[in-house]
Design a protein around this ligand. Structure first.
Ligand code: SF4
Length: 338
């Protein structure tokens, strides 16, 4: 059965059909299918965003991913380390209403190894400090041949998924990311999505899927991969994710990780979330990808794509909607994409 037949019959896409969506379906047709699915799930036409910030308690890292320009070695002159416990306590006392959403599954697996305790013990410690959501970073591409090239010292595919499974069973909600546009194949992308879908069938603990493209910039991997993926690839992946990840509530299209136009097109290809208005971010910035926007900018960008902006929290609960549409003349030219 073809992917289109599966779609007409409302059947779940299998691996071959998912590959067909990604590799063969004409872009317009793919976007249309994904958009229909998005409208079916979110008929009110809202696009959510969150006001957030990504402080980094250290830039010292032993993992040494080939795609990263952020990390430093312990004795580098610009290396820094803040006590993360003190950091979290300071945030809690200064800003008690801020929702803390810390530590990727890869970091949690590392902590368990470092402290010679189990992943569940690390997770329970976090739970007992009041943490309820975890970012799905460090997934990169969840296939071992790719991880061996781009992140050989990071948590393996199975370890990453195992942390998520244990976290979901405790009660945490997590996101799931994917970094594409380097050495992966179409098959790797589909296998990544299918591993996530399989786990979600059991736990229902993932809130959203967040893809972003590799930025060569000043990274070691730039020797092999000189150019970032074309924005059309990003939009295709958003659309395929909306269709294949049929058990994921939210798919994120980000103005921040790509650019405004690609982010808007992603909203027309199945995405219902626009990511964060990042107050502070260092990892992409170090790779030469610097973006800035205000809440007003993001509201305007979402409206211009034809949707109703809504601010959410990290549980994807709506906090505030921004209707009616912006008056004529409002624009997003002040958004910096330097
Ligand atoms: S991506 Fe994260 S884990 Fe990898 S080197 Fe950079 S800071 Fe370390």
């Amino acid at each position: 059965m073809t992917a289109l037949s599966a779609s007409e019959k409302k059947q779940r896409y299998d691996r071959r059909q998912a590959l067909e969506l990604l590799a063969d379906l004409p872009m317009g047709q793919l976007m249309n299918l994904a958009h229909q699915e998005r409208v079916r799930r979110f008929p009110e036409g809202m696009v959510t965003f969150v006001v957030d910030t990504n402080p980094n308690y250290t830039n010292v890292c032993v993992t040494g991913c080939a795609f990263c320009a952020f990390y430093r070695k312990r004795h580098d002159t610009d290396a820094y380390l803040l006590s993360w416990q003190a950091y979290i306590e300071a945030i809690r006392s200064a800003c008690p209403h801020v929702h803390i959403h810390p530590f990727s599954p890869a970091e949690i697996a590392f902590m368990a190894g470092q402290e010679t305790c189990s992943v569940s013990e690390v997770l329970k410690t976090l739970w007992n400090t009041g943490i309820r959501t975890i970012p799905g970073g460090g997934a990169e591409i969840l296939t071992e041949p790719v991880r061996r090239i781009i992140a050989p010292r990071k948590a393996t595919t199975d370890q990453w998924l195992d942390v998520c499974e244990k976290a979901h069973r405790i009660g945490f909600k997590t996101t799931a990311t994917m970094m594409f546009g380097h050495v992966e194949t179409d098959e790797d992308i589909i296998d990544h999505l299918l591993r996530l879908r399989e786990l979600q069938d059991f736990t229902s603990g993932f809130t959203s899927f967040i893809p972003w493209s590799f930025k060569p910039g000043r990274t070691p991997l730039a020797q092999q991969v000189k150019h970032p993926a074309h924005p059309a690839r990003y939009v295709r992946i958003i659309a395929v994710a909306r269709l294949v990840l049929d058990n994921f509530p939210h798919i994120q299209s980000s103005w921040f990780s790509e650019n405004i136009s690609a982010g808007q097109l992603g909203l027309l290809a199945g995405a219902d979330d626009f990511g964060g208005v990042l107050v502070e971010e260092h990892v992409h910035k170090e790779a030469g990808h610097d973006r800035q926007a205000t809440v007003d900018n993001v509201v305007t960008i979402i409206r211009r794509a034809g949707f109703i902006p809504a601010r959410r929290d990290s549980h994807y609960r709506i906090q505030e909607t921004f209707a009616p549409p912006a008056p004529a003349g409002a624009n997003c030219l002040s958004v910096s994409e330097a």
